[in-house]
Write a protein that binds this ligand. Structure first.
Ligand code: PMV
Length: 340
């Protein structure tokens, strides 16, 4: 039995990476291949700052299995998913050495704040370095996608576009930066409506939607034009145009979800109230803001930084909104410590 020690054994190698969650503006919902985790739709996203996953991977030939520590505790739930991901990295690095993974989030894990995106992006960067490989950002994005589709986008900072690709091996299904964070330094006010959201996992939900939602094919067909409209709005820093396409994509995705059998209702009452409030803030109060909602009940209000305090104050007044967090746009996943 390989010992787990605080000090890496001889022959081991350690790397630490950080990554931030990203929020899709044009959404991804549906897979064209489940095994390779290939998306059926493209997506456009913003990578956040402040919310951070920090992951240290130690590849240690003395270990007889992988050990996963999440937020300071042995993590039995995500252990198998992480081992499956590490197997991909090991295969590529041509090693069988097991690893110790120590990962921590500065925000609630699995509560609709995209912890799987930052988690697999940080894991990809740290694990690749700890196995002695050097991959391009494109290759890291392809790899991170195998852990979670949205993780491919956290490899790049600022504004990202994910290409669904068309190759069977998935080598062209990756995210690329379309503009850096300082191109348009937007703020995102996250309105938390449920601290421990027990949502239907995205993979389960997507598979059910593809199989049973009568709107699924129309949803997939609308993706490319929506991505093009969002990319164009970002290039022109046109908030009204980005608001229109983001809210349309969000509502269409939730329509597909709700029309799934049995219906997937990710929203709480406070989600609906917050959506209406954001619309009023824009249409009546003249604030530069729009909403987006993922596979959970939290509402993310994207706005010009000058409007963020008023948006946060308005959302906090809604009964059922537990707290708000305001963040900006941040960098892609990267190594923070040299490989030792
Ligand atoms: O990558 P996953 O499996 O976490 O799926 C992400 C799905 C949504 O968050 C609902 C939409 C998106 O594009 O991020």
């Amino acid at each position: 039995m390989g010992p787990v020690t605080d000090h890496p054994a001889a022959g081991s190698r350690t790397a630490t990476a950080v990554a931030h969650p990203n929020i899709a503006l044009v959404k991804y919902w549906g897979k064209r291949d489940a095994t390779l985790n290939l998306p059926a739709t493209g997506s456009v996203s913003i990578t956040l700052d402040t919310l951070t996953t920090r992951t240290t991977v130690t590849v240690d030939p003395a270990l007889d299995r992988d050990h996963v520590i999440l937020d300071g505790r042995v993590d039995a739930d995500s252990g198998p998913r992480i081992t499956t991901f590490l197997d991909l990295v090991r295969q590529r690095a041509d090693t069988t050495a097991r690893a110790r993974v120590d990962t921590a989030n500065t925000f609630p894990t699995g509560a609709g704040l995209a912890s799987s995106a930052s988690g697999f992006a940080a894991l990809a960067v740290a694990a690749v370095a700890a196995t002695g490989m050097t991959l391009t950002v494109d290759e890291l994005s392809v790899l991170a996608r195998r852990g979670s589709g949205s993780a491919a986008r956290s490899l790049v900072g600022g504004f990202a576009a994910m290409d669904p690709g068309h190759r069977a091996d998935g080598s062209d299904a990756l995210a690329r930066q379309i503009a850096p964070a300082d191109h348009w330094p937007l703020s995102v006010v996250i309105a938390l409506t449920d601290r421990d959201a027990k949502a239907v996992p995205s993979t389960v939900g997507m598979t059910a939607s593809a199989a049973t939602s009568p709107y699924y094919d129309a949803w997939v067909a609308q993706s490319a034009p929506d991505c093009a409209a969002a990319i164009d709005a970002i290039a022109r820093r046109d908030l009204a145009a980005l608001a229109a396409v983001t809210e349309a994509s969000t509502l269409a995705m939730h329509a597909v979800m709700m029309a799934t059998r049995p219906g997937l209702i990710y929203w709480s009452g406070a989600t609906v109230d917050a959506i209406h409030r954001v619309r009023r803030l824009r249409e009546v109060d003249g604030r530069q803001v729009f909403f987006t909602v993922d596979a959970g009940p939290q509402v993310k209000a994207v706005c010009e930084p000058a409007d963020a305090p008023a948006v946060a104050a308005a959302l906090r007044e809604i009964p059922g909104v537990l707290e708000t967090t305001t963040v900006g746009l941040g960098p892609g996943a990267h190594l923070v410590a040299g490989v030792t």
